[in-house]
Ligand binder design. Structure first.
Ligand SMILES: [Zn+2]
Length: 300
């Protein structure tokens, strides 16, 4: 069961470099939009928010331009791709470890060829007495990643850490946040490194990814979906420009003290924080971050 922990404060972000020639002062903060054309007079307005990735924005037009720049940055970002072809086949890992026999492997491959609707490891668990724990261990060797257990890595998780829709879409479960700021993310049969990186960038936490056995993964998923979630909504847009417009409109409406955008594969995750500093212990005082998940037609 996820623990209803206090909310996390927004992660620290480096302050935006002021545009050369425009110096910040106490009276005149510098807009984070490098092409800001607001005159000094407009900056007299009593506006201290919104702040997006550490940069203050002086007007809705600047928010719109800044957000579009962030989306384009994310769009062109090349994330590490998890490649399958360098990995030792799972059957070979199991065989090398002596956890299955040559005969078992032959039978499993034969079953796959004749259209068994199961992955090789699954078939061996279902039909040849391979234990689920051994299979997960073998997957851990195949992916060179840790194998988690609910007993050691579960519990103690703010349910607002990642929106549920992302966990469900990409097949992972956040397990636990340690006192030292390590977030354990569990996958069922392969590690998604680009996703790990995206969660790390958004939360500012060190994320450690590992595998859980199928039955533990299902249990963890169930526990996670029973938790309380960050508010999230989905937006579909026809283009990056339109998504920037929708995100910026929301930022202007909600005036967050901090916001950030990261891409997870074909989705853009915008998170808004509404409160600075130390997290409050009661959820009524601190509703936690707010998430918007955006997709762009034709972008994959
Ligand atoms: Zn501006």
């Amino acid at each position: 069961m996820p623990v209803l922990d206090p909310q996390l404060p927004p992660p620290a972000v480096p302050a935006v470099e002021p545009t050369p020639g425009r110096r910040a002062s106490r009276a005149f903060p510098v807009c984070a939009n490098p092409r800001c054309s607001s005159g000094w007079l407009q900056l007299w307005r009593r506006r201290r928010v919104p702040v997006v990735e550490g940069g203050w924005l002086c007007s809705p037009a600047c928010t719109r331009a800044h957000v579009e720049g962030l989306l384009r940055r994310e769009q062109s970002e090349v994330y590490p791709v998890s490649t399958h072809h360098h990995r030792v086949p799972i059957g070979l890992v199991l065989l090398t470890q002596g956890w299955i026999t040559h005969e078992h492997l032959k039978e499993a491959l034969e079953a796959q060829r004749s259209g068994a609707n199961m992955r090789l490891g699954e078939w061996l668990v279902a039909n040849r007495g391979l234990s689920e724990a051994r299979l997960t261990q073998a997957l851990g060797l195949q992916w060179s990643c840790p194998v988690f257990s609910l007993e050691r890595h579960g519990g103690g998780l703010p349910a607002t850490i990642v929106p549920r829709v992302l966990a469900e879409t990409f097949g992972f479960v956040p397990l636990r946040l340690t006192a030292t700021g390590i977030l354990y993310l569990a996958f069922e049969d392969r590690i998604d490194h680009s996703l790990t990186l995206a969660v790390e960038r958004m939360t500012g936490l060190r994320v450690e990814s590992g595998l859980l056995s199928t039955s533990e993964f299902r249990r963890a998923q169930q526990d996670f979906t029973q938790g309380r979630f960050a508010r999230s909504r989905m937006i579909e847009a026809g283009s990056i420009e339109l998504l920037a417009e929708a995100f910026a409109r929301h930022i202007e409406k909600r005036q967050p003290v901090q916001a950030r955008v990261v891409r997870l594969h074909d989705l853009f995750w915008l998170r808004l924080w509404h409160q600075d500093g130390e997290p409050s212990t009661t959820s009524a005082q601190n509703p936690g971050p707010e998430d918007i998940i955006g997709s762009v037609a034709g972008f994959a």
